[in-house]
Design a protein around this ligand. Structure first.
Ligand code: ATP
Length: 244
């Protein structure tokens, strides 16, 4: 089996005359945490939706967990977890009920599911929220439960679209511990974030603007290469023009 869990080749998506994702190529290794950075509208969500088998590429393609995303989307969906920006949990079910429902949909057996929900409960310190309706939770907590729901079935590849959006800094740290632990366990993670400092948690980051790749490497290598003070500075330099 390949040690590359995501293989992207010239991936492109057009909406009419507009090209949202423009000729992207990159690979992500098993257990790697791969960051996708870009301003609003750069094309990150569109790229992720194609990699999850939810949107057909206009040209080019990708393999995720060994399957072609356009030809075998059902196989891809079975092997991934996806936390979308759009809130995906059921507001009128409790935290516990949501986790049970998502675990069951993803095919986790009852006993394993019980154990994993307990484990999430401990890791995320969610005991006091467990019996509450998801619709009544503060935004940061909704994000946490959505992250837990995407990870319960221990997917081979995890796509996280701004998992920490709206989450306070201390809690963001806890999110990242969970994400990094999943990667240590062999899960491949592709994550987008608006918090540029979070790029430093990633093994490599791809910086995107106007649908195109502007740079791809280890974050510290990129900062050195472009003489940037920090990730904000690097991001500004690359998305104002230039790039590789
Ligand atoms: P954000 O961080 O705001 O989610 P993003 O980098 O994820 O931004 P996308 O959501 O992928 O960006 O959007 C890229 C571009 O494609 C945007 O200009 C958006 O308006 C456009 N776009 C996305 N989906 C569609 C669609 N179904 N039809 C037309 N245009 C679309």
């Amino acid at each position: 089996m390949s040690d590359r869990n995501i293989i992207v080749h010239r991936l492109t998506r057009r909406f009419g005359d507009f090209t949202a994702v423009d000729d992207l190529s990159f690979d992500v290794g098993r257990g790697e945490v791969f960051g996708f950075l870009g301003a609003n509208g750069a094309g990150k969500t569109t790229a992720i939706r194609m990699l999850c088998g939810l949107l057909r590429p206009s040209s080019g393609g990708a393999e995720v967990a060994g399957f072609d995303v356009a030809r075998r989307p059902e196989q891809v969906k079975r092997r991934i977890g996806y936390m979308s920006q759009r809130f995906s949990l059921y507001p009128d079910l409790t935290v516990q009920e949501n986790l049970q429902l998502f675990g069951t949909i993803y095919g986790v057996r009852r006993r394993a599911l019980r154990e994993r929900i307990e484990e999430m409960n401990d890791r995320l310190a969610m005991e006091e929220w467990r019996g509450l309706l998801v619709g009544s939770l503060p935004p940061g907590w909704k994000q946490k439960i959505a992250l837990a729901a995407a990870m319960l079935h221990r997917p081979e590849v995890l796509f996280l679209d701004e998992p920490t959006g709206g989450v306070d800094p201390l809690e963001r740290r806890r999110f990242w511990e969970l994400i990094l632990d999943a990667a240590d366990g062999g899960t491949t993670v592709l994550v987008t974030t608006h918090y540029l400092d979070e790029a430093l948690y990633c093994n490599r980051t791809l910086i995107m603007a106007d649908g195109q790749m502007k740079a791809l490497d280890r974050p510290r290598t990129l900062m050195e290469r472009y003489g940037a003070r920090d990730m904000d500075d690097l991001f500004g330099r690359l998305t104002r023009g230039g790039g590789e």
